[in-house]
Structures are given as C-alpha cells and as structure tokens.
Design a binder for this molecule. Structure first.
Ligand code: PEP
Ligand code: MG
Length: 575
C-alpha cells in the first residue's frame, strides 16, 4: 500500500530504490534473512559473542586497574548480571530462530524492546540502568561485527539504488558513505544543519531527516522514492507515481548537467562586483568534486573527520599527508584548514561525550586547548604541508581573546619546534578565526587585530543565537536564518570587518542556500564557502544579480522585525 512520510529535506534531488534498514548510530545493525540451514550457525555466533563479552568482564573483574574508582567492581558485576539475564543472553537467540534473521538484528530488536520497558519504569535509579543495558549491548554488538557502530557495506549488486533507512546517524556514519555509496539516506531524527545533514549535502545524494517513524514503517527491501527537495518519502509507490518521479529525476539531472557549463565562468554580478566561491570539504577525496565544480579554493576543511571512525588518532605524518594532498591538488589556490572541531556531535573513538550539554561544553578550540599535545601535532602537520600550497589555518568556535592568544602561541610553538628540527614551512601562513558564537560576533574587535581573516560559521552562530540545538529535530522549525537577530549579527560582522580591513568569509550552510545568495551579497558578503554540490547553482544566482538593486531591500530587511515582511522582502530580492 502506498503512503508518504514527511520530514526535513537536507539534500535535494530524487532517489528511487530499495530500503536498507539500519538502527541507532552507535548500534548499527543491518537486517538480513538467514536461510534455515544456517540458523544453528547464526545462533552459535550469537552465543560465542556472549561468551566473549563474559570473558572480557571476568578478566576486568579479576584485574581491576589500580586507578579504577571504588565502584568499578560493582559496575562490572552489574554488567555481568545484565549480560547473563536471559532477556539478553537467550531471547535474541529465539528471535534468530523465529524470524530467521541475523544475530545483530535480533539483538537490536530485543534491546529496543528492553529499552522501551525501561522508559515506563518510574523508579529513577532503575530507569537510569538503561544506559548500562546499552553499554552491554554495545559490547556484544562489537563482538558480532568486529567494531563498534559498524554499518555493514551494502551488497555490491545494485548498491547504487539502495536507500539507507535509519533511526539516527552520526556524522561519522555518514562520512562512511563516501566509501560505500547509497542512493540516498533518510533518518527519523536530526536537524537541517546537524553535522549529519551537513555531510549529507557533501555527498550530493538526496536525503531527509526528522521523519520520526520511517524506520518503523518501512520494511527491508521495500521500494521507496526519496524527494530530498520536498522532504517527502513515498513508500511502495504505484506505477503512476514511479513514472512521474522518474521524469522529475531525469529533469533534475538535466538541470545539473546544464550548470556544469558555468564551471570556468568568473562569478561577477551584473553590475561588476566580483565574489569568491570556495568549497567546504571533509576529506581529501572531496577535492575532486570541488575542482569539478570550479571552486576557487577550499574555504573550510573540516579536519575532525580524519579523526572519526578509526582506532587511535591520526599521527602527524598521516595528517601531513592529508593536508599536503589537498594543498597540492588545489594547485596553489587557497586551502583553509580548520583545526579539529571535535566535541558536540563529533567524537573521536577514544573520547565519548561526558556532558549533557555538549554543544556548550568542551568543543572545538576549547578541547584543543585542553589537549595541547594533540593540537600541536595537528598544527605541525598543517605547517609542514604549507610548503605545498597556500594553506591557511582556521580556529573554530572562538569566544574570547584569550583563546585566540593561546592558539596563536601554540602555532608559534609548533613553528619553533619545526625550526629546531630544520623542517621547512611557510612562515607567513595566515591564521583566521571562526565567528560562530554570538559573543565573538558582537565583540568582533577582540579578534580583528590579532587574526588575518575571519569566517562566519552560521550553523553554530544560529544555533547559539537562537538557543536552538541544530541536531534536535523537535526544535528544527525554530531554526531561522532570517531571524532579525541573526541578520543583525551578520550585518554587524560584515560592516566591522570591512571597516577594519580584515577579510571575512561565510562557510555555514547559509552560503550554499541559493534562496539566501543575494541577501548575503547585499549584506556585504564577498567570499562564500559551501559544499561543492552548490557552487554552480550559487554562481548562477550571482551572475544574475544586480547589487545596486538589491542593496536597499537588504537594508530594509535589517530594519524589519516582522517575519512575514522579512519573507516578502526576501522574495523581492530574489525576484
Ligand atoms: C558552522 O558552524 O557554520 C560551520 C561551518 O562549522 P560546522 O558546521 O562544522 O560546525
Ligand atoms: Mg561550526
């Protein structure tokens, strides 16, 4: 039976394919059927994983580390009790047998059932044991799959038409898709500018978040249409819907191909104002798409993605290779490398969140400054790579002058250590700061004398200005780039930076939103950085803009607080 589900489209286009179900970010489990003659083997695999985890716990219990807190032994005992309870050690086995499915899926189904029961418990202490159940399940899952949070690659036959259906995905999960291509992905949770959505845009595949019940409603292998532009999923479409969407998909592809002709055209407005269009990347491999779409540089290299989904951290040489690779492949064009922005919704395997409010916690430069050794490793790698192109260092999430001073001091320290070793680097590497905390935007002069350039991160600037968690779909409707406070802050930053003569770019998702291209231009933006997929579309809008005409309308928007009038003025700017 055909039905539709609505969510937030985060990356446009249309995908038609078969559903491939996976579960929660840290407990990914694909579903697949196990033939009757292999059921005993599958059950044995499950039992072996339980035995292995039990052995792990027993080993831990007999060798309690000297530095462990007093509760450690009690904690291990609790986990052993959870593991040995038949709800975890036996029920999944019967699910494997009755549903003829794989062990991971059976474990996940049983965990979801257990967690739902926990939610109904009134006793706070018992309810909080939910986290312990999750941790035990994670260990079993790790044994079953070989690593935590593993999304099995899709089957190789016809993998391009697979649509991944998940309750939630972490940015690290999505970055994996750069290796295993899916036609599209859709999730129950997520906000439009969460890092998961941000990475989805870089994949340039249609995707939708905040569908709420997609994973419950859609069955494995079911045919679905994903309209990423409208944020709509059509499940089990009839022939007429299929025909219509195939046609739209075809038209979308033709439009994209037409845009390719603009690749080498300089982005200049009708009245002669030139702008720079650069690309955001997550991994060195993204440079190819940046070049294909005529990027005039890399405006943001989110290096933290080099730190995700791996055992251990990348050492200096590995990072150096990555940065050099990008610098060389950009042939002397500017490459803005952001120091790692871990914390909040992105975590290296060895540092899981320990705070309830991670976006306001130890994130980005705050985290870097608490781990100077790790930070210095990255700075040295960047400096070493600076010989191979025009590398610029960008510091994320600056909030006060002391953070900028400390970062600059560490850069000097990294340079000194390279000098001592006689390792060459570009001594004039520019250092910039991201303006993504309202305090930094309002008190911009804290940075204008210290830094060489600025880059506005509107994804966070909006999150922090409006107090709207960018990853939380329940407040996604409140996330508003046109809020007068946001427009006021942007105008203030452009004005102040221009007055002080410091270049300012914008690298948040607003830069790639063609509905906002002209508004940003009229407010004073001249350097945009966005995922490669949007570059040519934005260029097309720049080429058709007349700054003199739209500037007064943008000025009017800055004096307006009524949201309907703001929308109407934006429509006039875009007319
Ligand atoms: C931003 O906040 O706008 C930004 C570009 O950084 P990120 O999305 O990685 O937080
Ligand atoms: Mg940011």
């Amino acid at each position: 039976m055909t039905f539709t589900i609505h969510g937030i489209g985060v990356s446009g286009g249309i995908a038609i394919g078969h559903a491939h179900l996976v579960s929660r970010a840290k407990l990914e489990a694909a579903h697949y059927s196990v033939p009757p003659h292999q059921i005993a083997e599958e059950s044995a695999r499950f039992d072996a994983a339980i035995r292995a985890v039990r052995a792990e716990f027993e080993e831990l219990r007999t060798n309690v580390p000297a530095t462990a807190p007093a509760e450690f032994a009690a904690f291990i005992n609790l986990h052993l009790t959870i593991l040995d309870d038949s709800t975890l050690s036996a029920v999944p086995r019967s699910i494997i047998e009755t549903e003829q499915c794989n062990a991971e899926w059976a474990l996940k189904v049983q965990m979801d059932a257990l967690l739902a029961r926990f939610d109904e418990i009134e006793d706070d202490y018992l309810r909080e044991r939910k986290a312990d159940v999750i941790q035990v399940v994670e260990r079993i899952m790790k044994r079953l799959t070989g690593q935590p949070g593993y999304i099995p690659p899709p089957p190789t036959n016809g993998e391009h038409s697979l649509i991944l259906v998940a309750h939630d995905l972490s940015p690290a999960d999505v970055v994996q898709f750069k290796r295993h291509r899916f036609a599209s992905f859709i999730t129950d949770l997520g906000g439009a500018t969460s890092h998961t959505a941000v990475v989805a845009r870089s994949l340039n595949i249609p995707s939708i978040v905040a569908l709420h019940y997609a994973r419950q409603l859609i069955r494995e292998n079911e045919l679905i249409i994903v309209d990423g532009t409208q944020g709509v999923v059509i499940v089990d479409p009839d022939r007429q819907a299929l025909g219509e969407y195939r046609l739209r998909q075809h038209q979308f592809d033709i439009e994209r191909r037409k845009l390719k002709r603009l690749k080498d055209t300089r982005p200049v407005t009708l009245d002669g104002v030139a702008v720079e269009l650069q690309a955001n990347i997550e991994l060195p491999g993204d440079v190819a798409a940046a070049r294909e779409n005529g990027a005039m540089g890399i405006g943001l290299f989110r290096t933290e993605f080099l730190f995700l989904r791996r055992d251990g951290l990348p050492d200096e040489d590995e990072q150096f290779e990555a940065y050099r690779n990008v610098a060389q492949n950009m042939d002397g064009l500017p490459v803005t490398i952001r120091t790692y922005d871990l914390g909040a919704d992105k975590h290296a395997e060895d540092s899981q969140p320990i705070t309830v409010n991670p976006a306001l916690g130890l994130r980005a430069i705050r985290l870097c400054l608490t781990e100077p050794q790790r930070f210095l490793t990255q700075l040295r790698a960047m400096l070493r790579a600076s010989r191979y192109g025009k590398i610029r260092i960008l510091i994320p999430m600056l909030m006060n002058a002391a953070e900028a001073d400390q970062a600059l001091q560490l850069i000097r320290q990294a340079k000194a250590s390279l000098d001592d070793e006689g390792v060459p680097y570009d001594p004039d590497v520019e250092v910039g700061g991201m303006i993504e905390v309202p305090a930094a935007a309002l008190a911009l002069d804290m940075f204008t004398k210290k830094l060489d350039f600025l880059s506005i991160g509107t994804n966070d600037l909006i999150q922090y200005t409006l107090a709207v968690d960018r990853t939380d779909d329940t407040v996604a409707h409140l996330y508003d780039p046109l809020h007068p406070a946001v427009l006021g802050l942007l105008a203030h930053v452009f004005r102040t930076a221009n007055k002080r003569g410091i270049p300012v770019a914008l690298c948040g998702e607003m830069a790639g939103d063609v509905a906002l291209t002209r508004l940003l231009l009229a407010l004073g933006l001249r350097q945009y950085s966005m995922h490669a997929a949007h570059l040519l579309d934005v260029k097309q809008h720049i080429l058709k803009s007349n700054l003199a005409e739209i500037r007064p309308l943008a000025a009017k928007m800055l004096r307006t607080t009524d949201s309907r009038k703001l929308r109407a003025l934006l429509d006039r700017i875009n007319a």
